[in-house]
Design a protein around this ligand. Structure first.
Ligand code: ZN
Ligand code: ZN
Length: 152
């Protein structure tokens, strides 16, 4: 599914379940791992996690879109658009949106690209991102960290 098809799908779901048009932009975000989508308060656009655009996640994708559209329509209507608000809970349940990001293993797929080791106690710290070793020290003994392996 490409950007245009996704935009069309969101517009269709908006009319079918919310009886209101979606007049803003949907963007594909391939860097998201732990969330399915995100609604932006400032310009009203929606980001959708690109991993869910695969045909096999179709029902998950619809649930995510309904969730983000619930934020969208409530926010534009000046109602409680946050997760903890009653308006949000009610509308989400009514349209059948997903409450949590479906687990498709994205979390587990996070690769630890860097391996740091304490120069003193030799405890190792696998990390997804690069660490500023001048700023961060070993959490156990306060020793200096050094990079011992790098996967990318
Ligand atoms: Zn949400
Ligand atoms: Zn240490």
């Amino acid at each position: 599914m490409n950007q245009t098809e996704l935009q069309k799908l969101v517009e269709e779901i908006s009319l079918k379940y919310f009886y209101l048009p979606f007049r803003h932009e949907v963007k594909i975000n391939n860097r998201m791992t732990t969330t399915g989508g995100r609604y932006f308060l400032n310009d009203h656009h929606i980001d959708i996690n690109g991993h869910f655009l695969d045909e096999k996640y179709r029902s998950d994708l619809v649930g995510i879109i309904k969730h983000e559209l619930t934020h969208y329509h409530l926010h534009l209507a000046g109602l409680g658009y946050q997760h903890r608000n009653r308006d949000f809970k009610n509308l989400l349940a009514r349209v059948g949106g997903s409450r949590y990001t479906p687990d498709i293993g994205l979390r587990r797929r996070q690769v630890k690209n860097y391996l740091y080791e304490c120069e003193d106690c030799h405890f190792q710290y696998p990390r997804v991102r690069k660490v500023n070793t001048r700023k961060y020290r070993c959490g156990r003994c306060g020793g200096r960290l050094k990079l011992v392996r790098r996967n990318k």
